[in-house]
Design a binder for this molecule. Structure first.
Ligand code: ADP
Length: 190
């Protein structure tokens, strides 16, 4: 089963995905982490990806789709896979829907926080692609290219919103609850 984590840079979805995966025994795939490790190792893929990442642009769909498809093919039926940082474009979302077991994504969690909070968190993190100018560009790429996926998943009835402008522990509680209600709709309190 596949769950998608959506949200702007700095919203904390990577932190939450790692915690949830650890606590529940789920798998966690961060496309940003994979790309950074390819860059560090100087692989051809890393070389190609680096120029896009340094500018705060998206790496081409084809590269990303192949990367994730490989991982999905290796899934066991009982696996829960949290996708962090993918899909980021409609083309990626469509190819994910095709590759997903049964053609369906079980849920999409949309993490929200005000821009001022995101900027403060990203500047504090201080990664190479986190300079003030580049991160403003990344936020605009998110708004223009990735945010339309929120309504796309909403129309499919699988979107859950998470208020990410709270402590890590509080957000984690919501994530656990949201996933439980997606996994077992009949047990949900709603
Ligand atoms: P953040 O957690 O701050 O949102 P990530 O670590 O997920 O950032 O991604 C860092 C960079 O890697 C992105 O700015 C982009 O260049 C590239 N990247 C990661 N995932 C994708 C994707 N699905 N499609 C295109 N580019 C991606």
């Amino acid at each position: 089963m596949i769950l998608v984590l959506l949200g702007p840079p700095g919203v904390g979805k990577g932190t939450q995905a790692a915690r949830a995966a650890e606590a529940q025994g789920w798998h966690h795939l961060s496309t940003g982490e994979i790309l950074r490790s390819e860059v560090e190792q100087g692989t051809p893929l890393g070389e190609e990806a680096r120029s896009y990442m340094d500018r705060g642009d998206l790496v081409p769909d084809e590269v990303m789709v192949n990367m994730v498809a490989k991982r999905i093919r290796a899934m066991e039926p009982k696996d829960v896979l949290l996708l962090d940082g993918f899909p980021r474009t409609l083309a990626q979302a469509e190819s994910l829907a095709e590759a997903a077991p049964g053609g369906a994504i079980a849920g999409a969690l949309y993490f929200r926080a005000p821009d001022s909070v995101l900027e403060a968190r990203l500047l504090a993190r201080g990664r190479e692609d986190d300079s003030a100018e580049i991160l403003r560009h990344r936020l605009s790429v998110f708004r223009e290219t990735t945010r339309p996926l929120v309504s796309w998943y909403q129309e499919q009835g699988v979107l859950v919103e998470v208020d990410a402008d709270r402590s890590i522990e509080e957000v984690e509680k919501d994530v656990t609850q949201a996933v439980a209600s997606l996994l077992h709709p009949s047990n949900s309190a709603h």
